[in-house]
Every structure is written in structure tokens, then in C-alpha cells.
Write a protein that binds this ligand. Structure first.
Ligand code: CUK
Ligand code: CUA
Length: 656
């Protein structure tokens, strides 16, 4: 407190690197340089705003002057807002919301052009879904390093995966399999992005069948899908993807092995009790039923071996997906279990791939498993038993290197470049820093409040950067000005360069609950500045309907009226479109600008159309002009001095 109330000028002057400033006389150095009076500008500011030295230090470590770029990018899930948030570090400036599962008008996402088809692709059982519960973004990797090319995200509620192309930060694909009804251990990638992993969370009969819940043990199942990714096409290939059936436990988080453990996938689980609720039917509520056992099971999957089993055709097709049945997985030695204490959460492979760290919501430890020990136990077939489905269980004590006494409710773990691990401690609201070498906690940093995930710079790659950590807190309670009972989440930036962590910055996230994020070095992302003229952004190639200057035209065909239009500051050409009521209108609009940031929007009254036409981009829109009348269209981006004049008319003449 005294620190806060009485800033000590000498110390902050040192911190400001003050020689140069003193020379200017502005700071009033004690005893020096012209004897400027006490109560200098910075000191006054500190006093007026009640800032401590620590506050000023934090400000200096995060403040990013105009024109300076951030060193890192944080890709954070937007939770049930269904989008992906891009944030610069250390400034914590929000740079973009990338529309993924939810229509987004600024980006013209799902407001009339082909992006609508993306949401149609992501329909389940023919029903389009216009939101998603995004949990875990995963950046594509090459040799276990982020390569800056793609970001994958999941939708827990509807068991979907999307691909975002980081050339332009645009969603290009949404896939779903009706094999499963929800997911959570998604998305995680193998070290060369061979596969995008999606593990189901809530067991259900595979393939969307009905079965009475009393048949839970026999008919309900979990599964993990290995979505094959084709990097050159930038697409997931559903026909080349496959899955493994799992027992009806609630599979939770996943992580892919790397280096020493390359070729393996680890999935933690809960509810191995197979409790399914029924609290109005004389049964225990789901959550207490699911918390009876002292141990749940860490799932250990040999995916390279599984891939061979798929190639041998030892699969059954369910809901269009090739599935290795549970019995086959057991017989072929693809799946092993090892105990995990008390309602486990989080599974994180260390940077060298040699160890696997699992937290426990109702435990005070993180358990550190040795992959080498696990491998040997599997080789020697040393089991301590089998689960009710016949999955072999490795002896817990022989599979671990040790346990770290962390605190109440350890969840997720991330890593730095100096051999330290950082675990989020939910009940305590702290980040615990501990040494991988001797499994001892060395420092705890309070956070505000209820931390879920945390992420350090490149912290889940083979070579973490250290530097920064972001705590993703579920509650913010009193941290910000009151905005009603629904409060923002709080992302807290923490400096992890020193022995002790330092809290630097709070960023309120005014969106659905974000869960996980990844931090990548900004210079790894090589995004386009503009599109080559006439680009279809969904396919990253020239659109066959692209319009060049001088080729604008209106053509009538058997399928309706085709309008080939250009947008350029400050007009659409053509700017008058005449059709008859009931005719189908096809708009083909190219922004023929090649100047950076010269984006035009396009909206048309009453037809729910809104496009974003970045320089060079081409969009196609098609609708039936079923209402007679006069419909102004205009540019929705303030693009130029005559932006308001960038408008035109769709004239829909009534049929007699
Ligand atoms: S989960 Cu949210 S805090 Cu969905 Cu990764 Cu652990
Ligand atoms: Cu184009 Cu405003």
C-alpha cells in the first residue's frame, strides 16, 4: 500500500532508464541536472493516478506506441460467441474477431455470399447451426513448432471442427461427423498436422441412434476422431479421416505426443463411474455420481499403429466415418489406460515429449507421467487390471515420475524455455510455477479470478519462448467498472521472464466464455496485405465470375439476372439494376482496388445481404427479388470522402 501511496522517485527513475530523461530536465532528478523541482511530471502523474512503481513498470512493459507492432499474437477462443479472437502481446490490443461458427456482419460472414454455404456445410442432420461453443484453438505445426499457416477450432456443443486460413484469417471449412454428439478434446494437432484430433465428451449411441439411457453401459460410447488434414489444399479430408470407439467415459482434454512420444495421443477422462444423472428419478445427480472413484483413466493411444489398422480395413463405417471398434482397438494394442487421480482435467505433454502432466479438479496435485515408463509397461504387457470393457490398465505407481503438490484445483499446464511448468489453480485463483526438474513449486501468482486455462508463448510446442503468460480467468467480479450482472471474462498478462511472475495487464473479454488460447510469434504469420484481383477468399483462387474494370455488365439468362459489378472508390458499377419481381438476381462483385485497407462493404435493403469486399476480393450473392419496390444498396465501409455517395438502386418492377 505504501508503495502505491508514496512513489519513490529514485527507483522509478532508475526504471525509466532515466539518464536521457534527466538531461531533458523533465523528471527533476534528485540532486542533478539543473535542480528541477520535486514533483516532476511523471511523479505527479503517478501521484495523481495513484500508481505504484510496479504499475509504472507494468505500463512500460506493455505500452505500445502508435505504429509499433506487437511481438506475439494470442489466438483465443471466443467461447459461445463462436468466433476466434486475435490479440496482440504485450499490448493486449484486440486485433480481430475471426468469424467461424457465428454469422458476423463486418466480415460479411454468412450474410449472403458463399460464406453462407460454410454454415450449411456445418449443418448437423440437415439443420444449419448459427453458433458454436469454441474451446480449443490449435495452430498448425511443422516438427512440433507453430508454422503460422492455419488455426483449427472446435465447437463443443455440436461436435464440429473448423479450419481458419491464416493467409487472410478467414474460415474456409467446417466439418462435422454424426458419429458423436459433442466434443471437448478438440482441437489438438499431431506434430506435423497430419491429423486434427477431436475427442467426444458426452457419451451417446454412436451415429446418432436412440438407445434408452438405462442401456448406457452397453449402448453409449465415446470416440476420438482423427481428421486427416491436407496441408497443400488447406482442407480436412473427411474421406481420409477415421475414429476409434472408446468406452462410455467422458473423454476430456487431449494432447498429441511429440519428439519422444511422437505417434501417440493422450486423452484424460472423467465419469468412469458411468453416472448419467437421473436426480429426479431417485438416482445420484450426474456430477456427484461422476466423482465417486479415486481414479479415472488417462487414455493412451498409439495413433501410428491405429493408422495401419485403418489401412488394413479393420474398421466399420458408422455415420460415414471409418471406426476402429473398441474390441479391435484392444486386440491390436492401440488403447491403454492408466489411473489419474480425482476428477482429472487437462493433459499437457512437456516440450521434450518425455512427460505428460495431468491436473485434478478435486486433487491438490499434478501427476507427472513418464512416457518411457508407459512405453515399457505397454511392451511388457504389465497391467494392474482391465476396465469393464477389457481395456488394459497400466499400474499407476509404475507409470509416473512423481506428483507435484500444487494447491487446490490444478487444471491446465503450460511451459517456458527454462524448464518450468505453469499450472492454473482454479479454486485458489493462482498460477503455480514449478520446476520440471525437481517437481517443486517455486512461486505462486494470484489472479482475478477463477482461472481456467493459461498459456505461455509457444508454450505447447517443442521450444517454448517463455516471456509472457496469459491467465484466462472465468470471473472478473470487481476488476472493472460495473456493467450489470453479466460480467466480462478477464485475460491477465503475466511477465514470466524473472524468477517470480509479475502481473502486467488486465484485458476484459466482453464475449462468451473463452477457454483456451495459443500464443505465436507474430512474425511467423505471413498474412496477405491484399488479395490478387478477383480472388474467391474461401478457395484462395481466382473466382470464375470475377469482374475486371471495363467488363461490367448485366446479363439475362435462364437462371435469372447476372450482374457483373465492380467496386472502387467511390462507386459501384453498374449502380442501377432493373429486374422484374420474382426474378433471381446473381450479384458478382469484385473490389478492383489494390490499395491496402481500401475495403468496401455492400448491403442491399431488405434482403439481409451484407458483404465485406477487401481489396481484390470477389463475392457472389444470389437471391430472388420476390418483393417489388425500390431497394437502395450502398457501401458500408467509410472508404473515401464520397463514401456516402457510393450507392445505387435495385429496382424491382411489379409483375402485372
Ligand atoms: S476446458 Cu475450459 S477451463 Cu473446455 Cu479446456 Cu479447462
Ligand atoms: Cu466504399 Cu464506402
Amino acid at each position: 500500500m505504501s508503495d502505491r501511496d508514496t512513489p519513490r522517485r529514485g527507483a522509478w527513475a532508475a526504471l525509466l532508464g532515466v539518464a536521457a530523461l534527466c538531461a531533458g530536465g523533465a523528471l527533476g532528478c534528485p540532486g542533478g541536472n539543473g535542480g528541477a523541482p520535486a514533483g516532476s511530471t511523471v511523479a505527479q502523474l503517478m501521484q495523481e493516478r495513484g500508481l505504484s512503481e510496479a504499475d509504472v513498470e507494468a505500463a512500460l512493459k506493455t505500452y505500445t506506441p502508435t505504429g509499433k507492432h506487437d511481438e506475439y499474437l494470442l489466438f483465443a477462443s471466443g467461447g459461445h460467441a463462436g468466433n476466434l479472437i486475435v490479440i496482440g502481446l504485450p499490448s493486449m490490443r484486440i486485433l480481430k474477431y475471426v468469424a467461424v461458427f457465428t454469422p458476423e456482419p463486418w466480415q460479411g460472414f454468412a450474410y449472403g455470399d458463399q460464406t453462407n454455404e460454410l454454415l450449411v456445410q456445418g449443418a448437423r442432420d440437415g439443420r444449419p447451426i448459427t453458433w458454436g461453443d469454441m474451446h480449443h484453438p490449435a495452430l498448425s505445426e511443422t516438427n512440433g513448432e507453430y508454422d503460422g499457416q492455419f488455426c483449427f477450432v472446435n465447437d463443443k456443443a455440436n461436435a464440429r471442427i473448423a479450419v481458419v486460413n491464416l493467409k487472410d484469417f478467414v474460415t474456409t471449412q467446417i466439418v462435422t461427423s454424426e458419429l458423436i454428439e459433442s466434443d471437448h478434446g478438440a482441437t489438438f494437432v499431431t506434430p506435423n498436422t497430419e491429423y486434427v484430433i477431436e475427442a467426444a465428451q458426452y457419451p451417446a449411441p454412436l451415429g446418432g441412434r436412440y438407445a434408452p439411457i438405462e442401456k448406457y453401459d452397453e449402448e453409449y460410447r465415446g470416440a476420438v476422431i482423427f481428421w486427416k488434414f491436407d496441408r497443400t489444399r488447406g482442407r480436412i479430408v473427411p474421406e481420409a479421416s477415421w475414429a476409434i470407439e472408446l468406452p462410455p467415459y467422458m473423454q476430456d482434454l487431449s494432447d498429441a505426443g511429440k519428439l519422444a512420444s511422437d505417434g501417440w495421443v493422450f486423452i484424460n477422462s472423467f465419469d468412469t463411474e458411468r453416472s448419467w444423472g437421473g436426480n429426479m428419478e431417485g438416482r445420484p445427480p450426474l456430477e456427484s455420481g461422476a466423482s465417486q472413484n479415486d481414479m479415472d483413466y488417462l487414455h493412451i493411444i498409439d495413433w501410428r499403429k491405429a493408422e495401419k489398422v485403418v489401412q488394413q480395413g479393420l474398421t466399420e463405417t458408422i455415420a460415414g466415418m471409418r471406426v476402429i471398434r473398441l474390441q479391435t482397438a484392444i486386440e491390436k494394442g492401440l488403447l491403454h489406460f492408466v489411473g489419474e487421480p480425482k476428477s482429472p482435467h487437462g493433459v499437457d505433454v512437456t516440450p521434450d515429449g518425455k512427460e505428460i502432466v495431468v491436473g485434478g479438479k478435486l486433487d491438490t496435485h499434478c501427476t507427472v507421467y513418464s512416457f518411457e515408463k508407459i512405453r515399457q509397461l505397454i511392451e511388457q504387457k504389465r497391467y494392474e487390471g482391465k476396465d469393464p470393457y477389457g481395456v488394459p490398465i497400466l499400474p499407476f505407481r509404475e507409470a509416473i515420475r512423481g506428483q507435484v503438490e500444487i494447491g487446490l484445483g490444478p487444471l491446465h499446464t503450460t511451459f517456458d524455455d527454462k524448464g518450468f511448468a505453469y499450472t492454473s489453480v482454479f479454486i485458489e485463483s493462482t498460477v503455480a510455477k514449478w520446476s520440471l526438474k525437481d517437481l517443486k513449486v517455486v512461486h505462486k501468482q494470484p489472479v482475478h479470478y477463477n482461472i481456467g486455462h493459461l498459456v505461455a508463448a509457444e508454450g505447447d510446442t517443442v521450444s517454448p519462448d517463455g516471456r509472457y503468460l496469459v491467465a484466462m480467468n472465468k470471473w472478473s467480479i470487481d476488476r472493472f467498472a460495473d456493467v450489470g450482472p453479466l460480467l466480462p471474462q478477464n485475460f491477465q498478462l503475466i511477465d514470466i521472464t524473472g524468477e517470480e511472475m509479475r502481473l502486467l495487464y488486465d484485458l476484459p473479454i466482453p464475449l462468451g466464455e473463452p477457454h483456451y488460447a495459443q500464443i505465436v510469434k507474430a512474425d511467423k504469420i505471413k498474412a496477405l496485405e491484399i488479395y490478387p484481383l478477383g480472388t474467391n477468399a474461401l478457395e484462395h483462387r481466382p473466382d470464375p465470375h470475377a469482374v475486371k474494370a471495363g467488363q461490367q455488365r448485366i446479363e439475362r439468362g435462364p437462371d435469372g439476372v447476372h450482374v457483373y459489378m465492380t467496386a472502387v472508390r467511390s462507386h459501384f458499377k453498374p449502380d442501377v439494376i432493373r429486374v422484374k419481381q420474382g426474378e433471381r438476381v446473381h450479384l458478382h462483385i469484385t473490389n478492383v482496388e489494390q490499395a491496402r485497407d481500401a475495403t468496401h462493404g455492400f448491403t442491399i435493403n431488405s434482403y439481409n445481404v451484407q458483404l465485406s469486399l477487401e481489396p481484390g476480393k470477389h463475392c457472389n450473392v444470389s437471391f430472388v427479388a420476390d418483393r417489388a419496390g425500390v431497394f437502395p444498396f450502398y457501401c458500408t465501409e467509410f472508404c473515401s470522402a464520397l463514401h456516402l455517395e457510393m450507392a445505387g438502386y435495385l429496382l424491382v418492377e411489379p409483375i402485372e
